[in-house]
Write a protein that binds this ligand. Sequence first.
Ligand code: PLP
Length: 509
Amino acid sequence: MLQRIDSEVRSKEAEGGQTLDPNDWRGLRAQAHYMMDDMLDYLEHIRERPVWQPIPAEVRARFHAALPSLPTQLAAAHEEFMREVLPYAGGNVHPGFMGWVQGGGTPVGMLAEMLAAGLNANLGGRDHMPIEVEQQIVRWMREIFGFPESASGLFVTGTSMANLIATVIARDVALGFEARVRGIVASGKRLTAYASNAAHGCVTRAMDISGIGSDALRLITTDGRGRIDLDLLEETIEQDRRAGFAPFLVVGTAGTTDTGAIDNLDELAEICARQKIWFHVDGAYGALAMLAPELAPRLKGLGRADSLAFDFHKWGQVPYDAGFLLVRDGVVHRKAFAASAAYLQREQRGISGGSSWPCDYGPDLSRGFHALKTWFTLKVYGTEALGKTIAGTCELARYLEERIAETTEIELMAAVELNIVCFRYRSAFFVEIREIESDHINREIVIELQESGSVAPSSTILRGRFCIRAAIVNHRTTRAEIEMLIEQTLALGRALESNYVSCLKTELN
Ligand SMILES: *Cc1c(COP(=O)(O)O)cnc(C)c1O
């Protein structure tokens, strides 16, 4: 056994060191508590703030300051953060935020991030407990989604990355793993993939980045409820085969970004089994609906997927970023990414033990401890409460739908499947307002709502028409924000419209 370094030698060596630790731990401790209290105050009193506000030019300009070569007091840097960063955040923490599909975060998640940063763990690999925490989440996700024990799982930044990894695995399965060495062209196969035209844009990008090319992605028409047309899908697959293509991947969506539509996953699984094609599900935000017993049946067939991508940072309310990929056949997953390197030697004992490592399952070597904030969130709140908040956002969406039905000047633009409501303001007068003007008015409503700081929806285009889109994801949102959305949409719509009409009259006179 080696002698432990005695503390006298250690302290002598430390004297000459250039450590970044403080001399005055007590002072740091006091400052740390201020910083934490400020963030807890921020979360507790978030309702008293605007959802979002434009960044003043002088604030933006101050972030063009010179690179600091000399130190600044921590307290001063914190003060600058409080004054110049925090007030101009994106707004997704706020209950009035309904723009895009973004989670609200939680105080528990925030605290867990602090612990994770303190540990500064690198989850690329090796034998340490943070890896076990990640593996615990993998086991829990297998259970939630009905995946077998042989399934692998991996934290990634988000579903964009998870979809890309799944595409690469499916590609390698279709071409054989030698394609990793010889490239796609050497196989002589012309791969084709399939998703609905409501699939997320990152599916197209995954095709592009993986070298298959976005032209090889067939975007299949959706039905009246935004779901992939199954007959057309199978027809297109067979047509492609006859034309000499090699269909290799179908991406189903569980909760489309635009409208929250859920593809018929069970039927997609059936088609993929019949056609011998990899079945991937993009469940970025929708997959966690599995935690809500009233919603789970809508995801039937999800457990039959070859791979599933989803985010904890959306409906799961885990602070950014926390995406996840689950792959039914862990061996295939590993084969698509594992590589050997002398400096990543594995051992039976010591820190280099515990192989396989997470770096064998994706492109990242160094990886942060995404798992800890997720573990804390699942553990502290429990899946029941998380499921209830998910169901709660859908209930609010139905409430908004009802309010729209009662309001003649607002029309619903897509069926409400989950938590996303698309609508538009329409004419209160019997004047002929051209569609392009109507689009303009609705675009203005969205911008003015965002700038008002009260509620912040986003927008989308459905059937060629500009729509106001309320994606209710935040666990803090209540009926009060829904009412505000309706009232202010009406007020803004009426004002913009009468403005338009009076402009029209002056033009005519
Ligand atoms: C948000 C979303 C994505 C992208 O996920 P990120 O975590 O932002 O990378 C992909 N697909 C769908 C359906 C989404 O809603």
